[in-house]
Design a protein around this ligand. Structure first.
Ligand code: ACO
Length: 437
């Protein structure tokens, strides 16, 4: 590996194919599995490796987030997610993810001021919203409007200039809640609420979503804390699908706004960020605690094509640590709103209880993931389910940005260009249209 790499040599692996043997270097990181370096394999052997879905492939070296899926461990820059959720807040965690260290007081104060000063969007951006149908899904609006930011902020699209990259990063973290709140307001036909700089990041977002010009809006601190924790828990998750999308888009040199719009598009899918919306819809469909066993039976039937939404994870083969902390916030929010008897919560708890003792789920190591409880909480906070993925995008923006910056600065970075196992037709002669069957 190049000298700039922090990976440590850890021996070599041998691949034998036919009568040839290939020595492949093995490297270790600071924790987690070692990697077999196959970069020279194609040149030496003429063979590719095959790994659809990247289940065994490390696509980059990264210092940001560490997950041990078997043990249910998640760390941002070495700090346990549980400690951050308890002692930190979302904005401080943004600083940590972007800079590698927790800020001291002056650093935090400066960071807070900088983010706060970038929360307003160009007034002309409003015309973009007016171009969407009222019933447009807010994620569709997010894809379009965030992509359009590159048309407004030309002075921060040169990715080779660290100062421009930094301004783009601040702009994205600061403006994403404003755009998300505007997407929501647009969908319900209410006027946009401008950001207020005397409020914290999450309080400001709640106000932009739920305030109306006709009356004062008071932020409930319990609800703000719950949303802040949800943001913090979603801030980064190493090389997940949307982050890998951002990196892949960025690997061609695309500007940060375009890359983040690509990440938003990927996040929209129900197997990724759309799962909390799907999980809530599933709980609603089940309807009541007594219907849970019947539903679990359907999930276990391969022919039904039904999955337990909010269950299972590519990396976590244990309880997703974020799910536990969101469940705690679910209780806090429902208590604060006097809704502890919420039937959806009861259904969710029963579903979890039954699934966790069922052989199907035990054998496949399927546990609740981050999305299982977040839908109930976000719904109790007042968000419609089509806003859930938007909230995820607001939170994940900092992770995307930190990973994108890391990639741009990585001397090993090259355009991302996977290869394929071709199984289509081989060369054949062209047939004129009148001769075709
Ligand atoms: N319900 C029922 N069975 C499941 C579920 C589920 N939620 N998840 C996986 N399985 C089963 C599969 O049918 C498969 O069974 P098989 O081996 O008999 O064929 C086995 O478990 C492995 O499943 P894969 O799809 O191969 O696992 P993969 O790692 O590719 O998928 C995923 C992970 C997409 C998250 C999957 O568990 C899923 O679809 N979960 C529901 C959607 C969801 O909650 N997504 C949110 C993920 S977290 C996030 O993005 C923030």
């Amino acid at each position: 590996m190049p000298t700039e790499s922090k990976a440590k040599p850890a021996g070599s692996a041998t691949l034998t194919y036919g009568n040839k043997t290939y020595d492949l270097p093995v490297y270790g990181g600071s924790q987690g599995p070692n990697v077999v370096d196959i970069r020279k394999l194609y040149g030496d052997s003429g063979m590719f490796t095959y790994d659809p879905g990247f289940t065994s492939t490390a696509s980059c070296e990264s210092d940001i987030t560490y997950i041990d899926g078997d043990e249910g461990v998640l760390q941002y820059r070495g700090y346990a997610i549980e400690d951050l959720a308890q002692h930190s807040n979302f904005l401080e965690t943004c600083y940590l993810l972007m800079n590698g260290e927790l800020p001291n007081k002056p650093q935090m104060s400066k960071f807070h001021d900088t983010v706060t000063n970038h929360t307003m969007v160009h007034e002309q951006l409003i015309s973009f919203f007016n171009g969407f149908r009222r019933d447009a899904h807010p994620m569709a609006i997010m894809c379009g409007v965030v992509g359009a930011l590159s048309a407004f902020y030309h002075d921060s699209t040169n990715i080779n200039d660290p100062a421009q990259r930094q301004i783009a990063s601040f702009r994205l973290i600061a403006k994403m809640p404003t755009i998300a709140a505007m997407a929501y307001k647009y969908s319900i036909g209410q006027p946009f609420v401008y950001p207020r700089n005397d409020l914290g990041y999450t309080e400001n977002f709640l106000r932009m979503c739920f305030a109306v010009p006709a009356e004062e809006y008071k932020v409930n601190p319990v609800l703000a804390k719950a949303l802040d924790v949800i943001f913090l828990l979603h801030a980064d998750h190493e090389q997940n699908a949307s982050t890998s999308t951002v990196r892949l888009a960025g690997s061609s040199g695309a500007n940060p706004f375009a890359c983040i719009a690509a990440g938003i598009a990927c996040l929209w899918g129900p197997a990724h960020g759309g799962a909390n919306e799907a999980a809530l819809n599933m709980l609603r469909e089940i309807g009541s605690v007594d219907k849970v066993p019947e539903y679990v039976k359907k999930v276990k039937d391969k022919n039904s094509g039904i999955r337990l939404m909010g269950f299972g994870h590519r990396v976590y083969k244990n309880y997703d640590p974020r799910a536990k902390m969101i469940r705690e916030q679910t209780y806090n929010v429902l208590d604060a709103l006097g809704k502890r008897d919420e039937p959806l919560l009861k259904t969710a708890l029963e579903l979890e209880r039954i699934a966790l003792q069922d052989d199907y789920f035990i054998e496949k190591k399927l546990y609740p993931n981050v999305d299982f409880y977040s839908g109930i909480t976000l719904s109790a906070l007042g968000f419609p389910s089509d806003m859930f993925t938007v909230l995820f995008a607001v939170a994940r923006t900092v992770g995307w940005i930190a990973q994108w910056n890391e990639m741009v600065e990585d001397p090993q970075q090259r355009i991302g260009r996977p290869r394929q196992l071709f199984t289509g037709e081989t060369s054949r002669p062209f047939v004129q249209i009148d001769k075709r069957k």
